[in-house]
Design a protein around this ligand. Structure first.
Ligand code: PMP
Length: 412
């Protein structure tokens, strides 16, 4: 572990210095903390150049419009999208997935199939259920292997010319499983003409993403999970598909020309960005992505792998603790339960010891039921997580076990 690396990173996140209770934050999969450069960018927009984008000709509007379009370019470069126009700003991954599912309504026929995996967050499940209700399409679930991997043999068996959409997470928010997106994409392309949608909400903060290399049709993420602000998200789409797709919201700025009788839509991406976007958040998202890029993926991957390995080692030493999911392809988090202790009690107890984790079904209720439980405890990590955070977690877990389960052999 390169201590200097983590220390330098932590020094850029004011929340760690500001908290007087020295609380440990292990809930980055829910939302990440923000570096100073992101806070500065937000303040800079509101305090020195605020003006609504793409509307007025005055300097306030021009400055914000230029900064917003620069941010679009930065997101495109971050994902290696062919052009800034491939990037649509949304409120978050949820809105991005709803945009795709809603806009596809008129092109899906009754009897066609939509495939999602068994490990999806509700936001990559419910919009497709609703699309099926609207269109008469059939939702099918790609199962997992007993190890918690996506079952590629079953996927192949499900793929045929009736499949209209395949939508999967890049990284599971419950298991941390990294799905083999390239391999899945190849299967999808070879056996169907389905659109391939990937939910990157849990991926973009933890691994480099190249949408052209992955050969996806759509890819989305949320700003707030990648050290950026809340209220901003991204949808990448392939241009030939976006061109044909109808907008899903209507109003200001998504139009080219309007009369009382008829409306002609704006070009991509603007036809998908009705109303005033959260341009300060988009501009600050640019700072978050620049921060990651300048930190460098090699260093980030190395540090996060070391934290994951340390956490796995520490938690594996706690009696009766089960870690869920496949260990060989995990990223960013560990989900677990301790036999005899309710996951919620554990979360509350850990908080008493100053360690913030999340418990419950993590908005992936069907998956958690498949695991044979009502909920798990999830410790999730970020670029700033250090070994002390992990030791604090394992100490707090041991103390919690001693209180909640006095007969526990590991009680200290
Ligand atoms: N997909 C996954 C895998 C997630 O973890 C989340 C957030 N927990 C979402 C989608 C939805 O993200 P948001 O709430 O920011 O729209």
């Amino acid at each position: 572990m390169t201590r200097d690396f983590v220390n330098t990173i932590r020094a850029q996140f004011p929340i760690f210095a500001k908290r007087t209770d020295a609380a440990v934050y292990l809930d980055s999969a829910a939302t990440s903390q923000k570096p100073q450069c992101v806070l500065d960018a937000l303040l800079q927009v509101y305090s020195s150049s605020n003006g609504n984008v793409h509307r007025s000709a005055h300097r306030f509007a021009r400055e914000c419009t230029d900064a917003l379009e620069c941010a679009r370019g930065t997101v495109a470069a971050f994902l290696n999208a062919p052009a800034p126009q491939n990037i649509i700003f949304t409120k978050g991954a949820t809105e991005s997935l709803n945009l795709v599912a809603q806009s596809l309504t008129s092109s899906i026929r009754a009897g066609q199939t939509i495939l999602v995996s068994a490990l999806e967050h509700h936001s990559n499940l419910v919009p497709w259920q609703e699309l099926c209700t609207r269109t008469g399409a059939i939702l099918k679930i790609i199962p997992l292997t007993s190890d918690g991997d996506l079952d590629l043999v079953e996927l192949e068996a499900l793929l045929d010319s009736d499949v209209a959409v395949v939508s999967v997470a890049h990284v599971s928010n419950v298991l941390g499983t990294v799905l083999p997106i390239k391999e899945i994409g190849k299967l999808v392309r070879s056996s169907s003409s389905a659109l391939f949608v990937v939910d990157g909400a849990q991926a973009v903060a933890h691994l480099p993403v190249d949408v052209q290399d992955l050969d996806v049709d759509f890819y989305c993420f949320s700003g707030h999970k990648v050290y950026g602000p809340n209220g901003i998200g991204v949808l990448y789409g392939r241009m030939d598909i976006l061109d044909k797709l109808p907008p899903y919201q209507f109003g200001g700025e998504m139009i080219e020309q309007v009369s009382f009788e008829h409306t002609r839509y704006n070009t991509v991406p603007y036809k998908f960005e009705a109303g005033t976007p959260d341009y300060p958040a988009a501009i600050a998202l640019r700072s978050a992505l620049d921060f990651l890029t300048s930190t460098g993926w090699e260093a980030i991957l190395k540090q996060e792998q070391e934290i994951l390995d340390l956490a796995t080692q520490e938690l594996s030493a706690i009696p009766d603790l089960t870690i869920y999911g496949a260990p060989h392809i995990r990223s960013g988090l560990l989900s677990f339960n301790i036999a005899g202790i309710h996951h919620f009690d554990l979360e509350v107890m850990l908080d008493r010891y100053g360690v913030a984790v999340r418990s419950g079904h993590h908005c992936a209720e069907p998956l958690v039921h498949l695991l044979g439980t009502e909920g798990t405890v999830r410790a999730s990590f970020g670029i700033y997580t250090n070994p002390e955070d992990i030791f604090a977690l394992s100490t707090a877990l041991k103390k919690s076990c001693a209180l909640l389960k006095p007969q526990h052999s590991g009680a200290a």
